[in-house]
Design a protein around this ligand. Structure first.
Ligand code: NAD
Length: 304
């Protein structure tokens, strides 16, 4: 039987702060397939995430299909805004949420992973994070600082991850990021430079696939997921409308689930996905192929 088998593989999934986002769903799919998983958690959410985990608040979501409860091998405080410790401003290092967390830069966590597990300890690296401080602003009202912050955290960090984790992943490894269709088409309300950040992430995926393929034999892909009510998406303010709009207008009319994104990630990062790199994989119920709305408010919906 052809099955997804990640037995003996170790993944680092950056961007897990609760049990409601794609990062958690991907980590769970990896564990279901036999991998061990370390996660990177943004320092402002690290304490609450680890405390809730310890107190059993996520126990229901942690149950695997066989009945066991999954565990994370390690939970690193990880801030994708900073490439090195020197980049973290002193006032941030001294602040409550960072002062006991050590070097949580991308470089710092790369070093800690080697300290904890030895050379080339990883097989898979996932970037499931984004942040745009001005996401609620239309692009016409977005400041340079807000735009660059969105691109820095949401896109450049993937390049930085490849730079610093590429050599820690065994040859033939897999890197994966999460994108959204707003990088290709206009989604009013997805502002603050976040659309630009997703466009950059998808373009970088193609270039990184070439460079990391030639350098290490790694593959680099991005999943473009449909709208899903995670904490980050809910902060944008109209995620439920986006979900409902998509269910009314996509070829498949049920909602996207985290498990569907997780299963695609597990396939892509498994030995079954070795022929695919540099690609945007849509997990959006087919919405991206539509050129005209078909719900009751649209011309085609009225005529059908
Ligand atoms: P989520 O809230 O589960 O994940 C976002 C994560 O980013 C959080 O854990 C947050 O703590 C983390 N983060 C923010 N700033 C960070 C930083 N500086 N360093 C490290 N981590 C940081 O929400 P999600 O929707 O599952 O988002 C995961 C990815 O999926 C993102 O790239 C998002 O853009 C993408 N995506 C989401 C949707 C959707 O509708 N939810 C659709 C397509 C793509």
């Amino acid at each position: 039987m052809l099955g997804i088998d990640l037995t003996g593989k170790r993944a680092f999934v950056a961007g897990v702060s609760d049990d409601g986002g794609f990062g958690f769903a991907i980590a769970k799919a990896f564990v279901e397939a036999g991998a061990s998983v370390c996660v990177g958690t943004w320092p402002p959410t690290w304490f609450i995430f680890t405390t809730m985990l310890e107190r059993g608040k996520f126990d229901k979501s942690l149950v695997l299909s066989g009945g066991d409860k999954m565990t994370f091998e390690k939970i690193y405080p990880f801030d994708a805004e900073y490439d090195t410790y020197e980049d973290i401003p002193q006032e941030v290092r001294d602040s409550k949420r960072y002062r006991d967390r050590g070097d949580c830069s991308i470089d710092g966590i790369a070093k800690r992973v080697v300290e904890d597990f030895g050379d080339q300890p990883l097989d898979i690296v996932v970037h499931s994070l984004a942040n745009g401080p001005e996401v609620k602003n239309p692009l016409l009202e977005t400041s340079r600082a807000g735009y660059l912050a969105a691109v820095g955290v949401s896109s450049y960090s993937f390049t930085s991850l490849l730079q610093r984790f590429g050599g820690l992943v065994k040859p033939g490894g897999a890197f994966l990021a999460l994108s959204y269709m707003a990088g290709e088409r206009v989604v009013p309300g997805y502002g603050g430079g976040m659309s630009s950040a997703k466009a950059a992430l998808e373009a970088d995926t193609r270039v990184l696939a070439y460079e990391a393929g030639r350098k290490w034999g790694h593959r680099v892909n991005v999943i473009s997921a449909g709208p899903f009510a995670s904490r980050a998406a809910s902060a944008i303010g109209f995620i439920q409308d986006m979900i409902e709009y998509t269910t009314r207008n996509a070829p498949l009319t049920d909602k996207i689930t985290g498990a569907e994104v997780g299963a695609t990630a597990a396939f892509q990062c498994s030995p079954l996905g070795t022929g695919i790199t540099g690609t945007t994989i849509y997990v959006d119920k087919g919405y991206h192929v539509m050129g005209l709305a078909v719900d009751e408010n649209s011309p085609s919906g009225k005529s059908s």
